[in-house]
Write a protein that binds this ligand. Structure first.
Ligand code: AMP
Ligand code: MN
Ligand code: MN
Ligand code: MN
Length: 291
């Protein structure tokens, strides 16, 4: 069960990835993934295409999303898995969360212009497959295109992050709301890439405690952005908080991503995989064999 090649975190052109849901499904299949989820940022507009494409190429599928949340002045990402994609409160909540991205992008461009980088709003928009979902990733691509930086990793080191040119603080969804939208739509809320946040030990304790209190049930232990030591650390956290463990590459693009779809270590054997608790939410490519 823990050796299943599940990839429950990636992005398509519906948010800040460069592949379509169909291309991702085929690529996941080719990489040996058997259970897949497309988790675009703050948007479920790609879910029907992803589920159809998964079925067509023989992949089991869980609906997915990655919601941007503001918690203690940082942005935290909450992945939702296995929810009902037609749920009205979730749809409405995501729409609210997306709102404000255009205004933020204009402010980011104004800030970049102050350090001599012109035309960044229009430049970033060109890369946004979904204009309502203009993100820092699209700015990063523009800064690479114009030769300001050699790759998107350098962009995030020098620009667009706290204290650097082009960073604009933004108010996303509340933790409580995001967890509720997901769980009340029948899904499971999962804390994404926990090692990426810059919380103190007490702040992190608050995040996990409040998340659980609101009904959150999972944490990404194995992700493309964790070192082995970080995975081991959050495996212990999952056990300590009684959380199920998830696994996902956070793949965005063949050109940019360091972790390929499905190319991740197995979940540690002592953890409960999220897919064990979501068995009845999985859209099976083939009917399970019953005796
Ligand atoms: P946004 O939702 O517009 O704030 O954009 C956040 C996205 O930027 C993430 O989902 C990643 O795809 C991308 N990203 C890549 N590297 C970093 C980094 N070092 N810090 C923050 N975001 C990054
Ligand atoms: Mn992203
Ligand atoms: Mn994320
Ligand atoms: Mn992601």
């Amino acid at each position: 069960m823990n050796t299943l090649n599940a990839d429950l975190h990636c992005h398509s052109v519906v948010s800040d990835g460069t592949l379509t849901p169909e291309e991702l499904a085929q690529r996941a299949k080719a990489q040996g993934v058997t259970l897949w989820s497309l988790t675009d940022h703050d948007e479920i507009g790609g879910q029907a295409r992803a589920a159809t494409a998964a079925a067509a190429c023989g992949l089991d599928y869980l609906s997915g999303v990655e919601i941007s949340v503001s918690f203690l002045h940082q942005t935290v990402h909450i992945v939702g898995l296995g929810f009902d994609v037609d749920n009205a409160a979730l749809t409405e909540g995501l729409q609210q969360t997306r709102g404000g991205r255009s205004q933020r992008a204009k402010e980011m461009a104004t800030d970049l212009a102050r350090v001599g980088i012109q035309g960044a709003f229009e430049g970033a928009l060109k890369y946004a497959g979904n204009p309502n979902l203009i993100s820092r990733t699209h700015f990063a691509r523009y800064l690479v295109e114009t030769g300001v930086c050699k790759d998107t990793y350098e962009v995030f080191r020098k620009y667009l992050t706290e204290g650097k040119p082009g960073f604009v603080e933004h108010r996303w969804a509340n933790l409580k709301d995001a967890v509720r939208w997901i769980t009340q739509a029948g899904g499971m809320a999962v804390i994404a890439h926990p090692a990426r946040y810059k919380f103190s030990a007490n702040e992190e304790l608050a995040l996990f405690t409040e998340f659980k209190g609101h009904g959150g049930m999972g944490v990404e232990v194995i992700t493309g952005s964790h070192s082995n030591a970080e995975s081991a650390n959050y495996a212990a956290t999952a056990l300590e908080f009684g959380l199920a463990a998830s696994r996902g590459s956070d793949f965005h693009s063949p050109e940019e991503s360091r972790t390929e779809l499905g190319a991740l270590p197995d979940l540690p054997a002592q953890l409960t995989p999220v897919w064990a608790l979501l068995a009845n939410r999985i859209q099976r490519a083939t009917a399970p064999i019953t005796h």
